[in-house]
Design a protein around this ligand. Structure first.
Ligand code: NI
Length: 230
C-alpha cells in the first residue's frame, strides 16, 4: 500500500501530515492498517518458519538472540537479527524496497536508507525489554524504526510502552528518570499496523503474560541527502 505524493493517505485515511506532526511532537505515530492483510499473512508465515527453525529444528546462529531459562531445555528466543539475510523472500523484499521505504521517506521528508532489520519475538513468558533509547547520535526526526505488527499488541502480551516527547530530550538524558517523570503511553496495535518511532524515543515493553506469541518486524530507516525544507 504505497504512499504517493499525489495520494498522501495511509490505509486508515490518516494523512501523512498528521503522521509527521505526531512524529515530531510525540516521537511516534501509528499508521493503522498500512500493511495489506495478504502481505501480513505471507510475512507471518515466513516469521513462523524462521521461529520453527529454532524451536523445532534446533537451528542456532548468532543472529538468533536467545537466553537460557532454568529448568527449561529450550532457550528463550527473543530476536532474530539480520532478518533480511535469513532466506525469507518476502521479508527480504520488504527490507529492499517498497511501501515501508515510501512511508519512512514521507514522514522524514527525505530520501531514506534502511539499515537494521529484525524480528521481535515476544514468546509467552519472555522477559520484559528494559526501557531504552535505540540511539541518540542523530538529531530528532532523522532516523525512525518502523515496526510491522504481525500480531495484535496489547498490555497482556507486552506491548510497547513509550514516553511521548522524550525524543526531544538531550542525548545524555537519564532513561529511568524520563520513565518515572512520564508521561507514559501504551502502544496498542492490530495486525497490519505500522508503528513509526524516532530512534531517540524512550521506550520499552512489558512481560508477555498471555498464552500467545507476539511478533513484529522492525526496520530502521535514516534520512540521507537533503530534506524537503524545514
Ligand atoms: Ni528499541
Amino acid at each position: 500500500m504505497a504512499i504517493a505524493e499525489s495520494n498522501p493517505k495511509v490505509a486508515d485515511n490518516t494523512d501523512v501530515a498528521t503522521l509527521i506532526r505526531r512524529l515530531r511532537v510525540d516521537g511516534y505515530a501509528m499508521a493503522r492498517g498500512f500493511i495489506h492483510p495478504h502481505t501480513r499473512q505471507l510475512l507471518a508465515a515466513e516469521g513462523d518458519a524462521l521461529i520453527g527453525r529454532f524451536t523445532r529444528d534446533g537451528y542456532r546462529s548468532e543472529d538468533y538472540w536467545c537466553y537460557d531459562v532454568a529448568n527449561q531445555t529450550l532457550p528463550m528466543l527473543y530476536r532474530v537479527h539480520n532478518l533480511e539475510k535469513q532466506g525469507a523472500q518476502r521479508i527480504a523484499e520488504l527490507f529492499a524496497d517498497g511501501p515501508l521505504h515510501q512511508l519512512a521517506s514521507a514522514v522524514l521528508r527525505s530520501p531514506v536508507v534502511a539499515s537494521v532489520c529484525a524480528m521481535i519475538v515476544k514468546t509467552p513468558g519472555v522477559a520484559a525489554v528494559p526501557w531504552h533509547r535505540d540511539r541518540t547520535n542523530v538529531p530528532p526526526t532523522n532516523a525512525v524504526n518502523l515496526s510491522v505488527f504481525l500480531d495484535e499488541a496489547s498490555p497482556e502480551n507486552g506491548c510497547i510502552e513509550v514516553v511521548p516527547g522524550s525524543h526531544l530530550q538531550p542525548d545524555d538524558a537519564d532513561v529511568d528518570q524520563a520513565r518515572s517523570t512520564g508521561p507514559h503511553a501504551q502502544v496498542l496495535a492490530a495486525p497490519e499496523d505500522v508503528l513509526i518511532h524516532d530512534v531517540r524515543l524512550v521506550h520499552g515493553s512489558g512481560d508477555n503474560t498471555s498464552q500467545s506469541i507476539r511478533r513484529s518486524i522492525v526496520i530502521e530507516f535514516s534520512s540521507v541527502g537533503p530534506t524537503h525544507g524545514e
